[in-house]
Design a protein around this ligand. Structure first.
Ligand code: C2E
Ligand code: MG
Ligand code: MG
Length: 710
């Protein structure tokens, strides 16, 4: 780990360095002052020595000069008593160590003593020669004495002289004492100085500590607080309170700016969360929000012995609304459905209910049982599902039309069906799918058997993948007749799947699987190719003046993929079938889903000579007016209408209207699912062009079909 040098540490370090510098300065100062004190002492000693020496000399010279003057007469008259008195008088003066009065030859006349032991002796000390030779006042020094001498003159005649010796050691002692006093004085001064310097040092230290404290308070602490807040925010805790400071300075500005910034961050975070957790269209919770709440609830539930139920509601055939009325109408319908579900949940769902839209037309509701037995939550879910089926079954008014929709609901229970959120969601989906399979507009509780149904579907898809290559898929042909003369004019190719283990699988089942898995895009061209070659074979077998057409079903997905015209033209080229003998059957939804794109493709196909039919006509939402905009050659009336033409006057009226309308647009009409003679008769009577159905002929293999034709 890299060692981090924080702001505070840096300040401490800085203060430490400053302290050291101050201490060094103080030490230097003290050292300088000691040196100075020593120098001052030396200089003073010198000065004092000089001064005392000079004053002593002046005093000695004055004394000696005066003594010489007073001695003139006594010496001249050889009055030894007077000389002695004067000499003794001088000798008594402080520091005088000797007084010698001498004659003109340098012999001692008197030395101030009583007996004058040296009387008449010539002076023979080291300084005597200088004294005798001197013509005036003469001063000499050696270590011990200062010798001041003065010749004694009468007129121009020298009668002798006088020497006064001063004791230098005594003087030096005096000097030392004076210097000692001076030193003592200097020492006191020095000590005072040290105290001052010490006080100054302490003052500096206090000042440093004070500034450190201030810096810490004013700068380091707020910055550290900011850094801590920033770290909190970085960690995602946007509600962290930033310390606010009313200070009117840059740091205050910074803290306030930081506070504003963190508030704005928190606001944006809330906004983003809101956006991430709500469905934009309905304002309900979305999948993410629901998933989180569900997991939370499950966490609380574990071991608490409580139950909950998930209801997966899917609006039936909602896609048709989008396809036929447009997406705006689709949104409108969804909104109305959402409001109905919301109100149903509020009325029946209980307090703890949660509602979310999972995108598209799927709504999920969570209901929670009280602490009562399990029956409670099952009952609650049942009641809510019943209410939803009824409420959503009521017509929806949109863009001035009434749209009839239903809802399929799958219900799964916790902890009965599964313990984890993921499994519960999967179960709910499966149960909902089963409600759809069961005929829509109803609800189903999840059961383990349903899982098997889903697994079967997955298995089916895997098996279907190689079915064509294994030769399990084949085509059967159902004849189509002209109603006016009852002539057979063509056949619709229908795909069959015989699986070695599963046996015969219904087209309604495997076509759906192929459609949803995308396999249809591989199967479709195979079917087209096979149907075209069979049609060519029929022609060759019977040199028919009126060759039969073959009608091939095309899935919405094939149309959407866009390369249908290329596939068709390649098929025609390869098999040699004439284009007008190929009819393509497209469902309404395939065409209406993307009208512009579809119209362009259909025009292109028709341009090649291929006929296009709208299959299962009447089951979608497209009005008859729709036919005007889509270029087709005819419509196939769905067998649900044909089934009831004899019983239901409404269906008859609608069938009649479709026939009339189609004819007015110049397109043909085929009736599907004719099972009874009566149906055939009435359709013929109403002017329907063609018909197919079990009464006319069941789907048969290509060979059987050829026999049939004969
Ligand atoms: P469809 O195109 O409407 O085909 C007509 C369906 O009605 C066929 O069912 C046919 O057997 C059935 N049918 C004919 N006459 C009667 C009758 O009198 N009464 C009753 N109740 N039913 C009759 P099938 O063969 O089960 O096909 C179901 C659907 O599967 C077809 O409906 C079609 O949409 C789709 N399909 C079949 N083969 C293909 C194919 O090769 N490609 C594509 N994309 N879809 C296909
Ligand atoms: Mg068809
Ligand atoms: Mg049909």
């Amino acid at each position: 780990m890299k060692l981090r040098m924080g702001l505070q540490a840096r300040f401490l370090l800085l203060m430490g360095v400053a302290l050291l510098v101050v201490l060094a300065l103080v030490a230097l100062l003290l050292n300088r002052q000691e040196q100075m004190r020593r120098e001052v002492e030396g200089v003073s000693r010198q000065a004092m020595r000089t001064m005392i020496g000079q004053s002593l000399r002046r005093q000695g010279e004055a004394t000696t000069t005066q003594l010489a003057a007073t001695l003139t007469n006594p010496l001249y008259y050889s009055d030894l008593d007077a000389v002695g008195a004067l000499a003794r008088g001088t000798l008594r003066m402080p520091d005088v160590s000797y007084v010698i009065v001498f004659d003109e030859e340098g012999r001692v006349v008197h030395d101030g003593s009583e007996d004058i032991a040296s009387y008449g002796k010539p002076m023979d000390d080291a300084m005597a020669a200088g004294v005798i030779a001197a013509k005036g006042l003469h001063t000499q020094f050696d270590d011990r004495v200062m010798d001041v001498s003065m010749p004694i003159l009468i007129g121009q005649q020298r009668v002798g002289g006088v020497r006064v010796g001063y004791d230098m050691q005594a003087i030096r002692r005096f000097q030392e004492q004076a210097v000692d006093k001076l030193r003592a004085r200097l020492d006191t001064l020095g000590q005072r100085h040290v105290i001052w310097v010490g006080l100054l040092g302490v003052g500096l230290l206090v000042f440093g500590a004070l500034s450190l404290w201030l810096i810490q308070r004013l700068l380091v602490r707020p910055i550290r607080q900011l850094a801590e807040s920033a770290q909190e925010i970085e960690a995602g805790h946007f509600d962290t309170v930033t310390p606010i400071d009313a200070r009117n300075d840059e740091v205050g500005d910074l803290m306030r700016a930081f506070d504003r910034m963190s508030r704005s961050l928190a606001r944006h975070d809330r906004e983003i969360r809101r956006m991430a957790y709500t469905d934009a269209l309905t304002g309900l919770a979305n999948r993410l929000a629901f998933r989180e709440s569900l997991d939370e609830r499950l966490d609380q539930m574990h071991g608490a012995g409580r139950q909950l139920a998930l209801l997966f509601a899917d609006i039936d055939d909602f896609k048709r609304v989008n396809d036929t009325l447009g997406h705006d109408a689709g949104d409108e319908v969804l909104l109305q459905c959402a409001r109905r579900i919301e109100s149903a949940v509020a009325r029946v769902g209980g307090e703890a209910a949660l509602l979310a839209r999972f995108g598209g037309d799927e709504f999920v509701i969570l209901v929670q049982g009280a602490d009562d037995p399990e029956e409670d939550v099952r009952g609650l879910a049942t009641k809510l599902a019943e209410t939803l089926v009824v409420d959503l079954g009521a017509p929806v008014d949109v863009q001035g039309r009434q749209v009839f929709l239903g809802t399929s609901i799958g219900i799964t229970l916790f902890p009965e069906d599964a313990a984890s959120g993921t499994s519960l969601m999967k179960n709910g989906d499966i149960a909902m799918y089963q409600a759809k399979v069961a005929g829509k507009n109803c609800f189903r509780f999840y059961s383990r058997a349903m899982n098997q149904a889903v697994e079967r579907r997955v298995h089916l898809e895997q098996e279907l993948r190689g079915a064509w290559d294994r030769g399990e898929l084949s085509l059967v042909y159902q004849p189509v007749f002209r109603l006016v003369d009852g002539a057979m004019i063509g056949a619709e190719a229908l795909l069959r799947w015989r699986h070695p283990e599963l046996g015969f699988v219904a087209p309604s089942v495997f076509i759906d699987v192929a459609e949803q898995s995308g396999l249809i895009e591989i199967l479709g061209p195979h079917v087209l190719h096979a149907a075209c070659s069979d049609a060519v074979a029929w022609q060759k077998a019977r040199q028919d003046p009126d060759p039969l057409f073959v009608a091939v079903n095309v899935s919405p997905r094939q149309l959407r993929s866009g390369d249908l015209p290329d596939v068709v033209s390649a098929c025609l080229r390869d098999t040699g079938l004439t284009a007008d003998l190929l009819h393509l059957e497209l469902t309404e939804t395939a065409v209406i889903g993307d009208e512009l794109h579809a119209s362009a493709l259909l025009s292109e196909l028709r341009g090649m000579g291929v006929r296009v039919w709208l299959d299962d006509f009447g089951t979608g939402f497209s009005g008859l007016s729709h036919l005007r905009r889509v270029p087709v050659d005819g419509v196939k009336i769905d067998r649900s209408f044909v089934a009831d033409v004899l019983r239901d006057p409404d269906d008859l009226a609608l069938t009649t209207a479709i026939i009339a309308m189609a004819h007015s647009l110049g397109i043909l009409v085929v009736a599907e699912g004719v099972e009874k003679e009566g149906q055939y008769a009435i359709l013929r009577e109403r002017g329907c062009d063609f018909a197919q159905g079990y009464w006319l002929g069941h789907p048969v293999t290509a060979e059987e079909f050829l026999q049939l034709r004969r």
